[in-house]
Design a protein around this ligand. Structure first.
Ligand code: GLN
Length: 496
């Protein structure tokens, strides 16, 4: 029997298609692994063992009857608890949605099902995806499999930890300001934010609608690209969904050829605040790409310096509007509905009990930034900065094909270290925010260990709808480093 836990998605799908192993065996092996390690990692909020085995049986049936299979048929996946799955609890990491079982599938979930991907369960996250450490979850933190005292990044920390702890070979996260790339970087795996609008937001619990984007996690670049190809594509149920066809991300990941590429190093995403070990690994990755024939060009994007300020006005503003729907009437929690309180008071009590401190902070900030008298000074200004950032990207595309930077300024910090310092927490996304505000694709790929022997990631950013380019560069980096390391960075992790 092959090692089902450490195999890549590509290997598992091939074994299943060739009848060397059944999808049920693969699923059961991962359910067993979850039972073994998740008490320590806490990647999952809900494990749907019966549902997963039922999906696996359907794949085995398709194999037995000789039906054509999709490239990921039978491969297990961990789903961030911000996407709806019919009948399966969906909390978005919040008490206010406790007990809610959605009556419909998100488009992402529908596509996974159609591709025969087996959904193992729902993963932990910062409440409503607000955070960079998964400590804002109402259900307790997730632990980084590399060092259980450290954060796994956020907000998609549960999904990233599940993949890096070998509880699932694939996972779905969402990225509003960095929540796929940052957790991927600090857990030593690959994570991509597709072009905004390339993956449907139908069935994704909204945080900041002009930024939210679902995307793939995996342990290799090709696995990540295969999952990207499954979930991306036009959806008439999402009015911001892009109609253009998805670029060939799988082909680009496999070609991994950067020999004719012009790669821009963003000057503003380095220097003060960047850990020396992070900078050193980044500089080595730059040399590695140069060695593969890429032309390396120094690029200045002056407005990137203002991305953090702009993001923390735009995202809270949109959240203050989106979260108004949690009114104690339509979903989940309702407290103190004792027949004596007015509807307004029940709403007030429910929100007070149901939302955590970070969510309340953002609703207050966003409501203030949008209020008459302050709108122009805050929200309006932030939108102008967003335009300037987009112009920096467009100017860069005149001379380079992609931009690169570290994914995060530091290695994963300790659980508890930044919870009482929101600004320190927000700084975990310094490098990822610009491409979120712009809307282009970006990926994080492991490039080694930093000063504290913890993972460091490289971020690759590309023009809107040039998702293939980020996979090409990430594939080249992964391939070159695999030769140096004799495998993946994750092989160097202390076994759980
Ligand atoms: N850390 C950022 C925030 O708290 C980004 C989160 C995300 O991408 N969902 O908003």
């Amino acid at each position: 029997m092959p090692d089902l836990i450490h195999a890549t998605a590509v290997e598992l799908a091939a074994q299943i298609a060739n009848k060397r192993v059944s999808a049920v065996e693969v699923t059961q092996a991962h359910l067993d692994r979850i039972a073994e390690v998740d008490g320590r990692v806490h990647a999952f909020l809900y494990v749907d063992g019966d549902g997963a085995l039922e999906q696996a049986r359907a794949v085995d049936h398709a194999v037995a009857s000789g039906q054509a299979l999709s490239p990921l048929a039978g491969v297990p996946l961990a789903l961030k608890d911000v996407l709806t799955q019919t009948g399966v609890p969906t909390t978005a990491g919040s008490k206010i949605l406790e007990g809610w079982r959605p009556p419909y599938d998100a488009t992402v979930v529908e596509r996974l099902r159609d591709a025969g991907v087996v959904i193992l369960g729902k993963t932990n996250m910062d409440e409503f995806a607000m955070g960079s450490s998964t400590e804002n979850s109402a259900y307790g933190p997730t632990h980084n499999p590399w060092d259980l005292d450290r954060i796994p990044g956020g907000s998609s920390g549960g999904s990233a930890a599940a993949v890096s702890a070998y509880e699932a070979p694939l996972a779905i996260g969402t990225d509003t300001g960095g929540s796929i790339r940052q957790p991927a970087a600090v857990t030593g795996i690959v994570g991509a934010k597709p072009t905004y609008g390339a993956v449907s937001r139908y069935g994704l619990v909204a945080f900041s609608s002009s930024l939210d984007q679902a995307g793939p996690f995996a342990r290799t670049v090709v696995d990540t690209a295969l999952l990207h190809a499954v979930i991306a594509g036009h959806d008439p149920r999402d009015s911001t969904s892009i109609k253009e066809s998805v670029p060939d991300v799988v082909g680009a990941a496999m070609s991994a050829d950067v020999s004719k590429m012009r790669i821009g190093v963003v000057r503003e995403l380095s220097g003060e605040g960047y850990q020396p070990g992070v900078q050193a690994r980044f500089d080595e990755a730059v040399e590695l790409l140069r060695g593969q024939g890429a032309e390396i060009i120094d690029i200045s994007c002056p407005s990137f310096t203002y991305a953090l300020g702009a993001y923390y006005l735009i995202a809270p503003s949109e959240c203050s509007s989106n979260l108004a729907r949690f009114d104690a009437m339509r979903f989940g929690l309702r407290t103190d509905d004792n027949g004596e309180l007015s509807a307004e008071d029940v709403m007030r009590h429910t929100r007070a009990a149901g939302f955590g401190p970070e969510v309340k902070r953002r609703i207050i900030l966003g409501t203030y930034a949008l209020s008459s008298g302050y709108y122009d000074a805050y929200y309006g200004q932030a939108q102008k900065v967003r335009t300037l950032i987009t112009r920096d990207f467009d100017a860069a595309w005149a001379s380079v094909d992609v931009l690169i930077s570290p994914t995060t300024p530091t290695e994963p910090f300790r659980i508890g270290e930044r919870v009482n310092d929101p600004v320190a927490m927000y700084k975990a996304d310094l490098c990822t925010l610009p491409s979120s505000l712009y809307g282009g694709p970006a990926i994080s790929v492991p490039i080694g260990l930093g000063d504290e022997n913890l993972p460091v990631g490289l971020q690759v950013m590309a023009p809107v709808m040039a998702d293939d380019q980020v996979y090409r560069v990430a594939g080249a980096v992964e391939e070159a480093l695999a030769q140096q390391w004799g495998g993946l960075l994750l092989d160097q992790a202390v076994a759980l």
